[in-house]
Design a protein around this ligand. Structure first.
Ligand code: BES
Ligand code: MN
Ligand code: MN
Length: 456
């Protein structure tokens, strides 16, 4: 049985897609200062649209960074209240020359829409807005009370929304959160994400000599900041991928036997993943753990960039005085960002080679989370997904992080339903990010059905 809202969504799908393209044309890259006004424009577009489709109290909520978008519709007496969450900011688009079409010129190609933010997360934000529009346009009412909270700093740690959520604003009074920022485990397979890794993102700065020096005159006597940095980095993880920070693994809560068994029955082929998704000669990681365990239930440490020194074409014989590395660690349930950072910082100081000064800075952090599945919202979600996709839902975790989900639970006591419609090969954060158009369409249908189900 298909509701009138579902029919409305189907009939209006071409317009929904054109509107999404307008949002995708705005380069709302949250980490780049030069795109700050674009972030605000994206937020304002959402405000305008939420007003147009009939929401009340639609407004920007200012933060120290990019604004939040808030709206509500609270006229469903005696019905639950959902807090709809997504983010309008995106990751930087570089390397630009690897894009087949420009990142901020959304293009349809073989059943996908290609653009930075297509699936992470503008396409999914738009799916929520269009589900809400479809319900309001056909019934002049929503089946439950709805609050909307979109942020523009998810990709940079989400400090603004974290402060707002920690303030326990009455605007956030709700029964559960609906988060559309995750993916299906495989095409056509309805999926709910029930666990995320947390993270600490850090910078190590190494200072040796007081200024850059001629490497012939001083080489062999003056400390080299890059060599020292490399020595530090090489001692953070062993060849098997085990993190060497003392105590780092102590508090981990391993997945239950039932969860591990469920993961084993997921359609997953490590060799196919290696070739099609990763594209490397070999996979790495801790022996004794499957790929899903390594990426969902074990912490990891990665180096993202090592800025500084001479990086121009050709050669320059210099001993750089200063070197930096951007290093992040993903955390799993049981671990806390504060403790993990303290352990890491102490260890880096301890292993620092003689002759250099080290500074270890925390850029941002977010807690890991595990979602309880024994609640009526998760159950309603699986019923809705079954109607739209014709299959049983799989419960997965994700190795990625959405820092605010842990805060929804901690400060507002909200369980989250993480219902997302990306695909593993959607190239999020990478060149040629895409959103499958069928998933955009069925995503809207799923969200409509889910909200109807919770309100019924
Ligand atoms: N939507 C992603 C997280 C994600 C990715 C969830 C894949 C499920 C599957 C989110 O936008 C993201 O990229 N988060 C950052 C957070 C960080 C910058 C604090 C991440 O995981 O790197
Ligand atoms: Mn996202
Ligand atoms: Mn992201």
């Amino acid at each position: 049985m298909s509701s009138s809202a579902a029919t409305y969504a189907r009939e209006n799908h071409p317009r929904f897609l054109e509107e999404l393209k307008t949002l995708l044309r705005i380069p709302s890259v949250s980490t780049l200062p030069e795109n700050a006004t674009d972030c605000r424009r994206a937020a304002e577009l959402l405000v305008t649209e939420l007003r147009r489709i009939g929401f009340d109290n639609v407004r920007l909520i200012e933060t120290e960074g990019h604004p939040l978008v808030y709206a509500d519709w609270l006229h469903a007496t005696n019905k639950p209240t959902v807090l709809c969450y997504g983010h309008y900011d995106v990751q930087p688009a570089d390397p630009l020359d690897e894009w087949n079409t420009p990142p901020f010129e959304p293009t349809e190609r073989n059943g996908n829409i290609y653009a930075r933010g297509a699936v992470d997360d503008k396409g999914q934000v738009w799916a929520q807005v269009k589900a809400l529009e479809s319900l309001l346009a056909t019934k002049r009412a929503l089946p439950l009370n709805v609050r909307v909270l979109f942020e523009g700093e998810e990709e940079v740690g989400g400090e603004g929304i974290a402060a707002f959520v920690a303030s326990k604003s009455p605007l956030l009074q709700a029964d559960f959160a609906l988060v559309s920022d995750t993916e299906l485990f495989a095409p056509g397979l309805p999926t709910l994400c029930v666990g995320l890794r947390g993270m600490i993102y850090t910078e190590i700065e190494v200072r040796g000599a007081k200024t850059d020096l001629h490497s012939g005159m001083y080489g062999g006597a003056a400390p080299n900041a890059f060599v020292s940095l490399a020595q530090i980095l090489s001692r953070l993880k062993d060849e098997d991928g085990r993190i060497l920070i003392p105590g780092f693994y102590d508090d981990i809560i391993p997945p239950s036997a039932a969860e591990l068994a469920a993961w084993r029955s997921l359609p997953f082929d490590e060799e196919q993943y290696r070739i099609a998704e990763v594209g490397s000669k070999k996979l790495v990681g801790e022996p004794g753990y499957t790929v899903l365990e390594r990426t969902w239930a074990r912490p990891t440490l990665d180096v993202h960039g090592i800025p500084g020194g001479f990086i121009g074409a050709g050669a320059k014989t210099v001993i750089p005085a200063k070197a930096q590395a951007k290093v992040s660690m993903r955390l799993v349930p049981g671990m806390t960002p504060a403790k993990a950072f303290a352990q890491y910082k102490n260890f880096v100081q301890q292993i620092a080679p003689a002759g250099v000064d080290i500074e270890v800075r925390l850029i941002h952090s977010g807690a890991p989370c595990l979602i309880p599945v024994d609640n009526p919202y998760i159950q309603a979600a699986t019923r809705a997904l079954h109607e739209v996709w014709g299959r049983d839902t799989v419960f997965i975790r994700s190795g990625g992080s959405i820092p605010i989900v842990g805060d929804f639970a901690k400060h507002l006591n909200l369980p989250s339903v993480m219902m997302g419609f990306g695909l593993p090969d959607d190239n999020i954060h990478a060149p040629n990010e895409k959103f499958n158009l069928k998933n955009f369409e069925l995503g809207i249908q799923s969200l409509i059905r889910f909200l109807e189900e919770v309100g019924s």
